[in-house]
Design a protein around this ligand. Structure first.
Ligand code: GRF
Length: 201
């Protein structure tokens, strides 16, 4: 069974979606390890409750991003991880991770990329005044939310929305597409050719 390593920095509701899908048997993959760059976050408690090993690797302990990533890769290898999921992981990753797991690092982002990359995508969407936003699961490359797109779901934006109401509506869809995309990798259905991604039936 495919082993997934999940990198987190905060709440971990997307981690929870993966844990739940794995436990329910709708995702034929297991979360082998959870790595957080921040101590004491709810995501770590979610891992503990699911009996999944976790590790805190404080980024402040490392002078260079590359050294932090090397420590992350070592823990991922230690747990036999095949696919790396960034789920609310608030760090830019370096080639150390991307070459260690070539075309095997994915991220979930709360907008329809390439619109609104980076921080506070929901606030960016509201400030721009779009009527539709959504979420994206993409392969990670060296840029900020720029990698090849694997899946997207549109979500309506209402005039009465606040960042919190929009965040919640988008998150509900993230919790569906992230386990779905991971299941594609588990079934070996994803082929990557440059920016082009093919998902076989
Ligand atoms: C999600 O909106 C995700 O798209 C973004 O960070 C948030 C993480 O939420 N990258 P959670 O920690 O999974 O609840």
């Amino acid at each position: 069974m495919m082993s997934v390593g999940v990198l987190v920095s905060g709440n971990g509701s997307n981690l929870q979606a993966l844990l739940d899908a794995s436990a329910a048997g709708t995702l034929d993959a297991r979360v082998a390890v959870v790595i957080s760059n921040v101590a004491g976050v709810p995501a770590l408690e979610r891992a503990r409750l699911a009996h999944v090993p976790s590790r805190v690797i404080p980024h402040g302990d490392f002078g260079r991003r590359e050294d932090f990533d090397a420590a992350v890769v070592a823990v991922l290898r230690e747990h036999g991880v095949d696919l790396v999921v960034l789920a609310g992981f608030m760090r830019v990753v370096t080639p150390v991770l991307l070459q260690g797991y070539a075309s095997r690092v994915i991220n979930v982002h709360p907008s329809l990329l390439p619109a609104f990359p980076g921080l506070d995508a929901q606030a960016q969407a509201l400030a721009y005044g779009v009527c539709v936003s959504g979420c994206t699961v993409h392969l990670v490359d060296a840029g900020m939310d720029t990698g090849p797109i694997l899946a997207q779901v549109p979500v309506p934006v209402y005039p009465t929305d606040t960042t919190d109401s929009l965040r919640a509506r988008i998150l509900a869809q993230e919790h569906i597409i992230l386990p779905t995309v991971v299941s594609w990798f588990a079934a070996d259905r994803v082929t990557v050719n440059g920016r082009r991604v093919r998902v076989s039936p």
